[in-house]
Design a binder for this molecule. Structure first.
Ligand SMILES: [Zn+2]
Length: 359
């Protein structure tokens, strides 16, 4: 059993027991999504995805899979390499805190396993600190994971890991290549029926489209459940779907066209006639310890207004136990009981609360 001290142990069901046949080093990834979204995605057996560790942009460190077990992060590289997923959007660099967390992980891997040198690895048959794209097609063909900005940070991770264990980085490592046939997925937007699609487009229609892709079996690029912001993973999954329709070239670049979209969803979503006056349900995972948002404060004010306050101070914009206790009162007021009155908002009770729109 090997769990890293200092990492928050959050076991997920997605792994192969005792499947780590050797440890050549650590492979760095980008989530192309949020830590909370990835945390719940790895708990979903349908995703068939996981990694040993995960970092948040503000420095959270999770361990999801024991290092004796095989996580499902990089195809044929899973049996020989440990993995770290990092919160962020495709193309972003790691934050300072994430560089530190990865250095701590890599230092621990170096000290825990024999023959993991303190240097960047050059490919699947090398050892040290690697990245997903270096494995090419055999590792699932993710040339842009974690992206050139993060690949350029690997030497800094090695340097900090060496400082942690009080050694010098090992020689070698070579020049980082971004992998074979590195291509950035299409990053432009289109407007269909008044709604935007493509990299960076945001809205409930994006979440629904992602869910429809997963349902049809085109969800393998998600490392975070489908969310409201269009990511590279959405583009890659949509491209797979387009290819399944026989499209090629630009017609299969992962940015929707009207015909494929209509076919996927049954009909074309349209813009809501008026801006909704109330906050849409942000999903249960939104209400997690450490969450900070004006939506939380607005929810708290509504709970006070409907006579469900359990606040000693506040409400404020941090999700707290008092928020949860207040929300439980609201659920009880709606005659919910048992786990339906656990203080974590669900869609029905949330919509009934009518939290004024904040943005
Ligand atoms: Zn990856």
């Amino acid at each position: 059993m090997a769990r890293m001290p200092g990492a928050t142990w959050r076991p997920v069901p997605n792994f192969r027991k005792d499947g780590q046949t050797e440890v050549r080093g650590l492979v760095v990834h980008i989530m192309d999504g949020s830590l909370a979204g990835t945390d719940s995605w790895f708990r979903n057996p349908v995703s068939e995805a996981s990694s040993h560790w995960g970092t948040g942009r503000t420095g959270q460190l999770y361990q999801w899979v024991d290092t004796k077990d095989r996580a499902w992060a990089q195809g044929n590289g899973n049996a020989s390499w440990l993995s770290s997923e990092n919160e962020g959007r495709g193309g972003q660099a790691l934050t300072e805190a994430q560089i530190d967390r990865n250095a701590e992980i890599f230092a621990w891997v170096h000290q825990t396993y024999d023959n993991v040198p303190l240097r960047r690895a050059t490919g699947p048959n090398d050892r040290g600190l690697g990245w997903h794209g270096m494995g090419g097609k055999a590792w699932g063909n993710h040339p842009d994971c974690p992206g050139t900005k993060i690949v350029a940070q690997l030497d800094e991770i090695v340097k900090r890991a060496a400082a942690i264990v009080g050694k010098k980085p090992a020689p070698g490592g070579g020049t980082p290549s971004t992998g074979t046939g590195a291509t950035t997925p299409a990053r432009y937007q289109v407007t269909i029926n008044g709604l935007k699609y493509g990299y960076g487009a945001t809205g409930a229609h994006i979440t629904k489209l992602g869910q429809a892709l997963v349902k049809k079996g085109f969800g393998k690029h998600y490392k975070s459940g489908p969310g409201p912001e269009w990511s590279d993973a959405d583009t890659r999954n949509y491209a797979d779907y387009q290819k399944s329709l026989g499209h090629t070239g630009k017609a299969a670049d992962g940015v929707p066209g009207e015909a494929s979209l209509k076919k996927l969803l049954g009909s074309l979503p349209a813009q809501a006639p008026a801006t909704p006056r109330y906050e849409p349900f942000p999903g249960a995972a939104f209400f997690s310890p450490g969450r900070r948002s004006p939506i939380i404060a607005a929810m708290g004010r509504r709970l006070v207004a409907v006579g469900c306050s359990a606040y000693a101070v506040g409400p404020g914009d941090h999700w707290t136990n008092a928020d949860r206790a207040s929300y439980r009162r609201w659920q009880q007021k709606l005659r919910y009981s048992g786990t339906a009155a656990d203080g974590i908002p669900g869609k029905k009770s949330w919509d009934a609360l009518k939290v004024p729109k904040q943005l």
